[in-house]
Every structure is written in C-alpha cells, then in structure tokens.
Design a protein around this ligand. Structure first.
Ligand SMILES: Cc1cc2nc3c(=O)[nH]c(=O)nc-3n(C[C@H](O)[C@H](O)[C@H](O)COP(=O)(O)OP(=O)(O)OC[C@H]3O[C@@H](n4cnc5c(N)ncnc54)[C@H](O)[C@@H]3O)c2cc1C
Length: 522
C-alpha cells in the first residue's frame, strides 16, 4: 500500500514556521479533539532566537490572515501593526533629494490600457505614480487606506501591514495551538534521522525524544538544518548581482505619542546601501542595509545615526545601539528535496528591499496547503513543480531588486558604479531593459499569472526613476482612442486623489479607533 502523508513536522518557530503552520492547519482542519488522523507538529528551539526583523508585508497578507481565521482587529491590536500602502524612495536616482513612489494600487484602467506612453507624451507631467493612481496622494499626509466603517480586510485603496515580527509570531503561535490544533514542542533538534530510502524518518530532540513525520518543513532560518545541513542542497549566492550583506537594525521612539504614522515604508539610499524606516503605532523600525565590501561598519553606523537624528532628534539617536545582522544574499538550488521543503530564511534571502520574504512564505505555505500530496509517491511530482515555480519567483526577485540599483544615476561612490557594471546585471534583466527602451512593460511581459511582481510594479520603478521609453507611434485608430481615454483617466485620478484626501482618516487616527472599537467583522 502507498504511504500516506498525514503527519507534518515543522522545525522552527519564527514568522516562517508559524505562518506555514497556520495556513496548512487551517486548510486541513486539524481537530485535536476529534483525533483526526492529520497532525501538524511545530518544534521550536527554546535557545535559538528568531531573526526578529521582517516588519514590512504585501497586500497578500490580508488574504493569508483571513485564510488562517484571524480577525483583523485582533491582529492590529496584538501585533502593533499599522497600514502600509507601498514604498516611498528617496535619493535613489541622484542622491540630491529625489523621490518616487511604488504604491500597491495598479495604475487606473491597468487591465485595458497602458498609460505609460500617454504619460510620457505629457508636457510637464506629474510624477508617474501620482498621475496614474490616487494612492500616492495619501502618502504625504500619512493617511489610512480605509475607514473604521470599512469591514475587516476590505479596503478603499489596496494595503498591507507593517508589524512587530516578535508579536506576530506570538499571535500566530497562540492561534495555531489554541484554535487550529497545532502541537507545539519546545526543544532543540539535535539530529536528523534517515529512512532506508533516503527520506527523513524523524528528528531527534533534546527534550522530546524522536519525532517522526511524513513531510518535514525546514523553517530553521539561515541554519537551514534539514535542507541545507542534512541534505546538503547547495546554497547559490547572488552577491555578484546584489551586494548588500549586512544590516544594522534599530527601534526608534516617536517624539510624542500623537506623531503621524507613515502610510508607506520609507527607503532612503545611502552611499553603499539604503535605510528602511517603518512606522508602527508605538515606535519606528529602522535599519541600514549595506554592502560590507563598500563601506565599513563604523561609517554605516554613522549614516544610520545621522538618519535617526534627522527623524527623531539627538537624544533618540544617542540612545540607539544598532543590532548587526549578517546574511549572504542567495537561495538554495532547490527548495523541496525528497520529503523536506524549506520555507523562509532556510530557503534563501536576498535583502529587505521591497519586502519580498514574508510573501514568499505565504506563497510556499499556500502551495503546500493546496497541493499537499496524499501519498509519498505523488510528493515527488508536487516537489518538481514547486521547485520550478519557486526558482522562477527567486529569479524575479533578483531581477526586480536589481532594477532599483541599475537605474540609479548616482556617481558618489563605487557602490553605485559597481551596481551598473554590466557584469553585475542578470542577463534576463538586461534583455528586458533593452526591450523597454522602445516599449514599456505591459501584460505580455508577464511570464505567468502568478508572477510575484506585476508589470505595474516595473512601471512604477522604471518611470519613477526617470527611465525613458521611446514608443513607436503607429497612428492607428486604437492609439487615438487610447489617447482620449488616458486623458480622461489622468483627470479622474486627480479628482479621486482630492476626494480620498478629504475622506480618509490619518493612519494613527484609524489605528486608535481600531484599538477602541474594532472593525466591522466580515
Ligand atoms: C535585515 C532584514 C530585514 C528584513 N525585512 C523584511 C521585511 O521588511 N519584510 C519581509 O517580508 N521580510 C523581511 N526580512 C526577512 C524576514 O525577517 C524573514 O523572512 C522572516 O522573519 C522569517 O524568518 P524565519 O522564520 O525563516 O527564520 P527565523 O526567524 O530565524 O526563525 C528560525 C527558527 O528556527 C528555530 N531553530 C533554529 N535551530 C533550531 C533547532 N536546532 N531546533 C529547533 N528549532 C530551531 C529558531 O528557534 C527559530 O524559531 C528581513 C530580513 C532581514 C535580515
């Protein structure tokens, strides 16, 4: 008889471990009381801390939390969460105070009309994102994406969250163990035991003996104990393309409790990296991510402290001792090997730009939950498809992140010059850039329906950073029709932006109301 897959063991209790547990357990309705055969065990070391960063998410997180069965009100209250509507970039192009935005809302009419050629044809155009979506008009005044009367997870404009990673893992742990039947074991995995066929049979722990399973999910962070260490699946460094390998993280207090909370992640380029700035209700999370080959730790620290002085004053900066995190940008050659799949940092990590790590966890957990093979034989088929899909995702992350660096015109340090060196640009991206010189990214550029970054994201970054496309004018009737339609959409956006700025509350105001009253349940 074929071996069934009914016992899943997750090793690691960071965001990756608990998110995966939540998504899979919610889908397979583990019910400890009913003693269903399906079991999910999460083993977490009491000694190895979680990475403790990872505060920016994507809009997909709303669907993930809903799928897990968490109330948005509880999530916001318990994770010190705020609303994120995209990213605001400063100093990426020239370093002289230039700015642009990458909002979560796609350009108006995106399904039918490409607004880029029409925006390029405008004399004295507003910034690209400002012209094509009303969302960026909410950034400057730190406005919220919805009202208190908007039901849970619904929106007026698309949004994600900023959150406290430690509190998030803790909320997920409680929800998974109390509501979803996940068994939690606090112990160190000290040995991986093989079955005769080469699969993992069990893991040995220091306090709970051997724990056997049918599928093992490696969420052990950069240690990658199961996939990396046990199976020796090689790590593929991507540092030749993306140089950042160190982060200095810091938590910064607000000057006063009523200070506005930013609606988007702020990303400010430096001479050898960039600084993130994320507004939570009780504090800001900031950090400098940089290339250690291009700047010393002392200089990188000085730049971070100068930034903190600018946003929070001398006193706040003087109290900060940044936490250093080293990482090598890259990913495993494959992610699902035999009966083991790695999710989160154990599968890879490139850098925090565009916050693409947690969304990969959501996608991975979602695919495992949806396609969980009923038998061991079928697992190899699912694994093959999974590896193909996730390699495509990783490649897209590499290309899309590199795009931000390649387009920079900064010449103030070797870091930016090295980033434009042709040998550091992946061939896929170089090809795309050559095509986009004469036509802008559009639906045909999507490789698959589940591409991680939609072509709208490429538009925001390219035209936000001053890329020039010289479109061909064919003089077709459709082009005339589109010109009229585009003019109308630009006007409609401007009017909608004005309307939303009047209608939507500030981020802090809405978050305070959520704490007091909560959202309407869906
Ligand atoms: C500087 C920086 C900024 C980031 N910013 C973002 C962001 O804005 N958005 C985003 O999406 N992502 C971001 N990330 C990535 C994000 O932090 C991670 O993807 C996310 O936290 C998931 O981490 P993890 O659970 O894989 O690993 P970890 O948090 O490291 O968890 C590993 C777990 O494995 C357990 N473990 C380890 N060894 C053993 C053992 N022997 N036995 C049992 N258990 C063990 C540990 O106890 C821990 O519970 C950032 C990363 C960095 C470095």
């Amino acid at each position: 008889m074929e071996k069934g897959v009914s016992r899943i063991i997750i090793v690691g209790g960071g965001s990756a471990g608990w998110l995966s547990a939540g998504v899979i357990a919610a889908e397979h309705r583990i019910d400890a009381q009913a003693k269903q055969r399906f079991e999910l065990v999460l083993i977490e070391s009491p000694d190895v801390p979680t990475i403790g960063v990872g505060e920016g998410t994507w809009p997909s997180m709303r669907a993930t939390l809903q799928r897990i069965g968490l109330s948005e009100t509880d999530f916001i209250r318990e994770c010190d969460a705020s609303f994120k509507q995209g990213t605001w970039f400063r100093n990426w192009l020239t370093g002289d105070g230039d700015t642009y935005s990458h909002p979560f809302t796609v350009p108006t009419g995106f399904a039918d009309i490409n607004l880029v050629p029409h925006w390029l044809a405008l004399t004295a155009p507003p910034q690209f994102a400002d012209a094509v979506t009303p969302q960026t008009a909410l950034f400057a005044d730190c406005l919220a994406p919805k009202q208190i009367t908007t039901p849970e997870y619904a929106f007026v404009v698309n949004y994600a969250y900023h959150l406290d990673a430690g509190k998030f893992a803790e909320l997920l742990r409680r929800h998974c163990t109390e509501r979803l039947g996940v068994k939690h074991v606090k112990a160190n995995v000290s040995q991986i035991n093989s079955a005769g066929n080469g699969d993992i049979l069990s893991v040995t722990t220091d306090r709970a003996g051997d724990i056997a399973g049918d599928l093992f999910i490696d969420c052990t962070g950069t240690a990658s104990l199961l996939l990396g260490e046990h199976f020796e699946v090689p790590f593929q460094s991507q540092q030749a393309y993306l140089f950042n390998d160190t982060a200095l993280a810091a938590q910064v207090p607000y000057a006063d409790q009523d200070q506005a909370i930013q609606s988007c992640t702020h990303s400010t380029a430096q001479t050898a990296g960039w600084i993130w700035d994320i507004g939570l209700p009780t504090r800001r999370g900031t950090g400098h991510v940089y290339s250690s080959a291009h700047i010393s730790e002392d200089e990188a620290t000085a730049q971070l402290l100068a930034y903190i002085r600018e946003i929070a004053g001398d006193e706040a900066a003087a109290a900060i001792v940044p936490r250093k995190i080293r990482f090598e940008p890259g990913h495993r050659r494959e992610f699902w090997h035999r009966n083991c799949v790695a999710i989160g940092m154990s599968s890879g990590f490139i850098e925090p730009l565009e916050a693409s790590a947690l969304v990969m966890v959501e996608l991975a957990a979602g695919m495992i939950a949806d396609q969980l093979p009923p038998t061991r034989d079928l697992m190899d088929v699912v694994a093959k498809r999974y590896n193909r899909k996730f390699l495509r995702h990783w490649n897209q992350i590499i290309d899309f992140l590199k795009l931000h660096y390649v387009l920079s015109a900064r010449n103030d340090s070797p870091y930016w010059q090295d980033n434009r060196d042709v040998t550091s640009i992946p061939d896929r991206l170089a090809e795309q850039l050559s095509l986009w010189r004469y036509r802008s990214p559009w639906h045909q550029d999507a490789e698959a329906v589940d591409d991680l970054f939609p072509t709208a994201s490429y538009q925001y970054v390219l035209y936000g950073m001053g890329f020039r496309t010289e479109p061909r004018h064919t003089g077709s009737r459709q082009q005339d029709q589109h010109r009229r339609q585009a003019a109308e959409l630009f006007g409609r956006n401007a009017a909608r932006a004005k309307q939303l700025r009047q209608a939507l509350p500030g981020n802090r105001e809405l978050l305070n109301k959520v704490r007091e009253f909560g959202f309407q349940k869906l």
